[in-house]
Design a protein around this ligand. Structure first.
Ligand SMILES: *Cc1c(COP(=O)(O)O)cnc(C)c1O
Length: 386
């Protein structure tokens, strides 16, 4: 069996068409889109085209898209930019299971003297509208809640949450890095003020992302300089990255429905094989209200890191917790906020599928999981053939 990559929530391989579009820009279109001469105008054409492609993927207008260095920077601009434009309003609300790009930004605001409310989640990792409604105040300027969680894949009711925020006069930002290209994401349907997405989670290059901002939403710039991206985010544009993001967005728009239907089928197979063949295993997150390509599984009597290592040696890549916070062995803040018992918390592995994953690979992974879990349990003093 060739290598099996089941870590698409951490990053995705670049579509070959995307790499070709980037190569073309690097070799044949070196202009600076701010230059008025023919070289600049040539580059500006590619920049405009990419902006249109990236906007179309979420049903936005090109003028509402601001390119950034990735999802992390877009999240930072949404949080700090709206705080700087909020005047006397000093209260921000987020949830306990956000990506650190949002959570740590909000915690930094708290350190600077803002009031921060971190909403709890239920056992599935979902935020409840009633909890948000009870926390909103007249001085709440921003609510930032993610669409789909990067670890357990649970999908929040963003439309309802955004409506509650608006009723209280607050802006609503959604981190949609994990949901774009996996489930329907349309800014008009969701009725959000700001939305973050990232190229490398939809088979584009790393180091480029975008913030959608509805035109009448006031936020202050965070990067000062030459005034690119309509004054919001200065710096000469990352042209190969942006063009790659545009191409990835256009291809994702064509492909995602068929591909995600296949991912769902294979993900369901992996979950079924695991739960039926491995005793004391469980699926974390919501059983149905979840991303189609995510399976977060726990195995009692197992140390997740040890199982991860065994799978790695056998050529299967997955993730313990999220790649973004790995390297540390502190348990996932997401699973902790969901109230998971220690035995499930420390044995959780995330499998995230994507383009190119086959049924053969999934059956191989399921077989391997069964073998390795058995092997590790045999060596455990706590497991006595239960
Ligand atoms: C990956 C990810 C980010 C960060 O995006 P980058 O482009 O890697 O900076 C932010 N939020 C979520 C939910 C993510 O999964």
């Amino acid at each position: 069996m060739d290598k099996v990559y089941l870590d698409h929530a951490a990053t995705t391989p670049v579509f070959p068409e995307v790499a070709e579009a980037m190569y073309d820009i690097l070799l044949h279109h070196h202009g600076n889109p701010s230059s008025p001469h023919f070289c600049g105008r040539d580059a500006k054409g590619y920049l405009d085209e990419a902006r249109g492609q990236v906007a179309a993927l979420i049903g936005a207008a090109p003028e509402e898209i601001f390119f950034t260095s990735g999802g992390t920077e877009a999240d930072n601009i949404a949080v700090f930019g709206s705080a700087a434009a909020a005047g006397d309003k000093k209260h921000v609300i987020t949830s306990a299971v956000e990506h650190h790009a949002v959570l740590d930004s909000c915690q930094e605001l708290a350190r600077l003297g803002y009031d921060l409310t971190v909403l709890p989640v239920d056992a599935y990792g979902l935020v409840h509208v009633e909890d948000l409604q009870a926390s909103l105040r007249p001085d709440t300027f921003l609510v930032s809640i993610m669409h789909a969680n990067n670890e357990v894949g649970s999908v929040n009711p963003i439309k309802e949450l955004a409506a509650a925020a608006h009723q209280a006069g607050a802006l609503f930002h959604v981190d949609a890095v994990q949901s774009v290209g996996k489930i329907p994401v349309n800014v008009t349907d969701l009725d959000v003020d700001m939305l973050t997405y990232s190229s490398h989670k939809i088979n584009g290059p790393k180091g480029v992302g975008a913030l959608y901002k509805r035109q009448d939403v006031p936020i202050c710039r965070r990067v000062f300089g030459g005034g690119q991206e309509r004054q919001l985010r200065s710096g000469t544009e990352n042209m190969p990255g942006i063009v790659g993001f545009g191409k990835a967005a256009a291809l994702t728009a064509q492909r995602w429905q068929a591909e995600m239907a296949e991912c769902r089928r294979l993900r369901d197979l992996l979950v079924e094989l695991t739960l039926t063949r491995i005793p004391h295993s469980r699926l974390n997150g919501h059983p149905t209200q979840r991303l189609p390509h995510n399976a977060n599984l726990s195995f009692d009597y197992i140390e997740g890191e040890a199982l991860l290592l065994y799978l790695d040696l056998a050529g299967v890549a997955c993730s313990a917790g999220s790649a973004c916070s790995s390297g540390s062995s502190t348990p996932s803040h997401v699973l902790t906020a969901m109230g998971l018992e220690d035995r499930w918390l420390h044995s959780a592995l995330r499998f995230s599928l994507g383009y190119g994953v086959t049924e053969e690979q999934i059956r191989y992974t399921a077989q391997l999981l069964q073998e390795k879990v058995e092997q590790l349990r045999m060596a455990s003093p706590f497991y006595q053939g239960k």
